[in-house]
Design a protein around this ligand. Sequence first.
Ligand code: AMP
Length: 240
Amino acid sequence: MDAHAVPVAANPKLATGPIVLLGAPGAGKGTQAKQIAVHFGIPQVSTGDLLRDHVHRNTPLGQQAQAIMGRGELVPDQLVCDMVGQRLAEPDCARGFILDGFPRTVGQAHWLDGRLQAGLLRGKPAEKVPLLVIDIAIDHALLVERLTARRTCPQCGAIYNLHFNSPRQPGVCDVDGAALITRKDDREEVIVERLKTYERETLPLTDYYQKCGTLRRVDGGGTAEQIALAIRDLLEHRGG
Ligand code: AMP
């Protein structure tokens, strides 16, 4: 599909509340988060993007994070939580936000629970919608293949895949014409580490949120459109 096949106009009256997208690297969190963000008119908060921006700007956080990310490991909870805390305090997050790549550890999930309980959202009480966690479940055998074929636009963040969502002109972003890149951590040896890290640190979160009753699953093996429809359906019929 077109990476920016878009969108029904955002519905500013719908209080979307906080949404977490869980899933292994390559499950399609980034692609889906962008669509949900446009559809519901809420910001996508991607910790990977925020960290890459810090690395790009060579901030103290970026300097600490760069080597860790290059190895496919996780940046320490405290650093990531502080960064997310600052982002979620911005006014555009008041009606809801979609977290993409956060939380990634049980410690981060506890931190998020604490922030939500403390009334992190700045909207009116009627707009306070409980957390919804959507796990994009996918067969791990598909992930390495997907990640090695991923290309991203360094300008606008559009995500392509050489197998099933290639740009119209090879190597060039459909949206802004920038030269597409392969993320440094999408090399096979780093991918293997990222998947191990996911299984060790992040997979336990599905149990955690299952016990909290906030977890919903969608099948990540379908096309991006099928996954997007399943997620939209969940969000529009969630009740509460
Ligand atoms: P992503 O773009 O979500 O795949 O993230 C890229 C890299 O950024 C990860 O492999 C981690 O090194 C780091 N990272 C992103 N989100 C987090 C997080 N919530 N906690 C720790 N490290 C993170």
